[in-house]
Ligand binder design. Structure first.
Ligand SMILES: Nc1ncnc2c1ncn2[C@@H]1O[C@H](COP(=O)(O)OP(=O)(O)O)[C@@H](O)[C@H]1O
Ligand SMILES: [Mg+2]
Length: 242
């Protein structure tokens, strides 16, 4: 099997709380992988370990054949591993365009005319080009989500991890983000979708992994995972009781 990113026996604790693991996950080139699980099940912690916000306590993460377990986030981003954050935190007091130039600078891409052209290309692809010179404070919730994705996309990733990119959006807005992620995937990017909105993650994913208290309790096609009794108990049970 062709593997782009491999996670082996990764574990992470916060004090006495075992947030994650040990877990094994493989991400294949160009795939659409859904990551589900109840609140606090370790989804964001797994992504934080993969993208380098903090190192795991144990385990190994290999990307394109290179051990990146202890690399800082910016180096992983330069290799093609990007993520968007669950809570968008745009740089206030900056325009939409400037919000893209900052991460490009961080990636070592400079701020010349080529970079601006690339940023404009990304803004056009997410539907924000008309907002280019507006302050980020002026954006709607949907536009903030798009800006958050755009900031990940300027790195020209091979893997994009979208952490709850659709939370709080209306059905029409969810469709908007979904088609954006589908288009991105068609252009060759593997997309890992962490999502609570079941119909969206089911529709998007080729394969789904379900976490519960830091462990993988099910993995398979969307229908296999949806039909799994353990998943129904922990996940759909939780949703029904909200
Ligand atoms: N930075 C942190 N410090 C302390 N505890 C954390 C931190 N991040 C996550 N946790 C804990 O780890 C567990 C998993 O959290 P998280 O990965 O955010 O879950 P999910 O994204 O699935 O909702 C939870 O018990 C959470 O409280
Ligand atoms: Mg989370």
């Amino acid at each position: 099997m062709n593997v782009l990113l491999s996670v082996r026996a990764v574990e992470k604790s916060f004090g006495a709380v075992r947030a994650l693991g040990p877990v094994d996950v493989d991400i294949r080139p160009r795939e659409r992988l859904g990551l589900i699980g109840p609140n606090g099940s370790g989804k964001t912690t797994l992504i934080n370990c993969i993208t380098g916000l903090f190192p795991p306590d144990a385990g190994v993460i290999v990307f394109k054949g290179i051990d990146i377990t202890h690399e800082p986030a910016y180096r992983r981003a330069r290799r093609g591993l990007s993520r968007s954050f669950q809570i968008p935190r745009p740089f206030v007091g900056m325009t939409v365009l400037e919000n893209l130039l900052v991460p490009m600078d961080y990636l070592g891409k400079g701020g010349g005319s080529e970079e601006i052209a690339r940023a404009d290309e990304v803004l056009a692809s997410v539907g924000l080009i008309a907002r280019r010179n507006d302050p980020s404070e002026a954006l709607s919730q949907l536009e903030l989500r798009k800006l958050e994705l755009a900031r990940a996309l300027v790195a020209e990733p091979e893997v994009l991890v979208a952490d709850e990119a659709m939370a709080g959006l209306s059905e029409g807005e969810i469709d908007d983000i979904l088609s954006l992620l589908f288009r991105l995937n068609e252009s060759g990017v593997a997309v890992v979708m962490i999502e609570h909105i079941m119909h969206a993650v089911m529709r998007f994913s080729e394969r789904i992994i379900c976490l519960e208290t830091g462990k993988i309790i099910a993995a398979g096609t969307p229908s296999e995972v949806a039909d799994n009794p353990l998943v129904q108990k922990v996940y759909f049970g939780e949703q029904n009781h909200r």
